[in-house]
Design a protein around this ligand. Sequence first.
Ligand code: PFF
Length: 454
Amino acid sequence: MKDRQNIHGSWANRWIFILAATGSAVGLGNIWKFPYIAGENGGGAFVLVYLAFILAVGVPIMMAEVLVGRRGRQSPINSMREVAIESEHSPKWALVGWVGALAGFLIFSFYSVVAGWVLAYVAGMANGDFLDIGSEQAGKAFNDLLADPQALVIWHTVFVILVMTVVMGGVNKGLERATRIMMPALFVLLTVLLGYSMTTGSFGAGVDFLFHFDPSELSWDAVLVALGHSFFTLSLGMGAIMAYGSYMPKDASIGGTVLTIAALDTLVALIAGLAIFPIVFANSLDPGAGPGLMFITLPVAFGQMPGGQIFGFLFFVLVALAAWSSAISLMEPAVAWMVERFGLGRGPVCTLLGIVVWMLGLAALSSFNVGSDVALFGMNIFDFLDFITANVMLPLGGLFVAFFTGWVLKQKITEDELDIKEARIYMAWSFSIRYIAPIAVAAIFILNLIEKLG
Ligand code: PFF
């Protein structure tokens, strides 16, 4: 087969792919969500299960997504179709791409709301709004923000525009250029903040909380959350990594590249935990505070520490950058598909899709104010969107990708793309993608269902 060309362009080299995919993976999931769900689910044991899922399920599936994308060289919808046809199977496999693109929109809608809070806090920190405030005042400040639809709409709009501007630029002038600037900035900021937390917080208490293993604290629910989070944090199960993989140079090794991305993502989550929990404990705050953890406890802590204003500001800039580089990848699959399907330029496509996600975001942000009475399966719209995407759509998307690459694709294609020299390593990947990943996802779903019904 002659190599397909991607009409959208390709990354300049392997490192740009690693950085771009890490930009997608490292986001609110690492810095906002991971610490608070680890806090809610008891710390250590949860963290261990999450790490196991990353390694046994996340890494093999990420390799699968990259290989399908690179083989198909198109948007996930069209790559799935193309590669299925190449394996003499039904083009209907494109459906997995469709559901993924939908998941991208749904995630974006609540992601953008949280990113909006982050932007509001960047401004608040710069302004010195949190100097010397107590936890009660900080809680009130956060709740006041949530209750103010106008402020939320403004920040959400700013975020949608920031993201769409980058996506509009295309693979090289948009995504790649943003990656080259944002990722080094992100690593520098993270290092500075880790240093800060080591000197000011109760570092030991934070380490103990994250790594202290007590299996009795683990519930089935926590296992599902850990599974869902391993997909969410690696941007798997919706085509983001598949889209990025379709821009990957042919000569780069998929296995090594994916391991690097997963390792960086995990490192950032753990560092974020190590930066946040010591501060939480040093101020006798509650690690199980939920989604407000970052927005209530941290400003209190920063407000009382030497240099807190500047470090607090830097912290929220870091989170904003991470959210920005991730949200770009939430939109890329749908944008690439529309460009392919209708032959339109990125400008009109991004404008149109930007308006769609902007409107979805309004629904998500109304959960905290005018729409707080709306309940879907006992959850508000925001929580429902988070639950249905992270805990249902992404694991199922991942399950289908695993099944597809493990059982449907011609082995020749997987061998060709992965190009793994050592037979044992290829066998290990093949075993996880055919058995471990699908069985783990299916089992956890079924066990959870039984527990909920029983
Ligand atoms: N991985 C991102 C995070 O951890 O914040 C969230 C995400 C981005 C999920 C892109 C899915 C995705 F396709």
